[in-house]
Design a protein around this ligand. Structure first.
Ligand code: SAM
Length: 273
């Protein structure tokens, strides 16, 4: 019998691309769009057309949104030219003519859109970059003013006692690498936190500190208060259900008024104009 040659690992620190690894580890664009669509449609009775993705990075969500059909248009905002350029090459080039329905801006998220969005989102807790309440309010007010009539603004958030722990969480990702979420520092007086993303590969190599986040960990109740203060008429909380193993989330989010007192949770706040 011929001996099978050992296959080279697909990802190593030398060959991997950090934006590709990030998208594979952290993002589920189809599920996110499905959720956002459901929330918008269930309250407004029709589908949203114009979408805005704040802190868009590689703008994977915007690409996923516009490729659904000619009635879907989108805008993405990020201050960093590097992920935007990566996204243009890897997320927009492959979707051909659909890419023309998206506009990427290298701008602060407090800047206005070209067209008022029906649906606007900030994913992966990115607004936590605003550590002062005045900055957060400036952002929420700008989002409110910029939305189309009957528009919806959605943010996600993390919480629970574990979100304040200085700890590392490892997740094996399909394709053969490990994603490491490193909650490196948490300061209770200011709620400031410093987090890193590291990647480890099957050959033992690592990319340490591929991404760094200097954030303030905003609480759910204070975010709701801030959204109402910014002018939103209604703010609903969507809470993730528990998987059958009882230890993790199941990716299904339902509206809740009180939530559940768990050590770690992910939730969405849906703010209606
Ligand atoms: C955690 S990444 C989010 C990537 C992607 N949207 C996601 O959901 O995973 C945060 C992004 O926010 C961008 N960013 C930070 N401050 C910003 C600001 N004030 N305005 C626009 N983008 C900002 C960074 O450049 C970075 O690409």
């Amino acid at each position: 019998m011929k001996k099978r040659k050992g296959r080279k690992p697909k990802f190593t620190a030398k060959t991997a691309d950090k934006y590709d690894l990030y998208q594979r580890s952290v993002q589920s664009a189809d599920d996110d769009i499905k959720f956002l669509d459901r929330v918008y449609q269930s309250t407004r009775g029709h589908r949203a057309n114009h979408f805005r993705e704040d802190f868009c990075g590689t703008a994977l969500l915007t690409a996923t949104w516009v490729k659904r059909g000619p009635e879907y248009t989108g805008e993405g905002f990020d201050i960093d030219p590097k992920p935007l350029a990566w996204g243009r090459n890897h997320n927009f080039e492959p979707i051909d003519e659909a890419a023309a329905r998206a506009l990427l801006h290298q701008k602060d998220v407090r800047e206005p859109s070209r067209t008022a969005p029906d649906l606007r989102c900030a994913q992966n807790f990115s607004y936590c970059v605003f550590k002062q309440r005045s900055e957060l309010m400036e952002y929420f007010r700008a989002a409110y003013e910029d939305l189309a009539d009957n528009g919806l603004f959605v943010i996600d958030l993390q919480g629970g006692t574990e979100s304040m722990e200085e700890t590392e969480e490892e997740t094996k990702v399909a394709g053969g690498f490990t994603y490491i979420w490193d909650q490196h520092e948490y300061w209770p007086v200011t709620a400031e936190t410093k987090c890193y993303i590291h990647f480890r590969f099957r050959d033992g190599s690592e990319i340490r500190r591929a991404f760094t986040y200097n954030w303030r960990l905003w609480g759910l109740a204070e975010l709701q208060d801030a959204l109402y203060e910014a002018g939103f008429a209604q703010v609903d909380c969507y809470w993730e259900g528990t998987a059958s193993d009882g230890t993790s989330g199941n990716g299904i989010f339902r509206k809740t008024r009180r939530g559940e007192n768990c050590a770690s949770f992910i939730a969405y706040l849906a703010a209606f104009k």
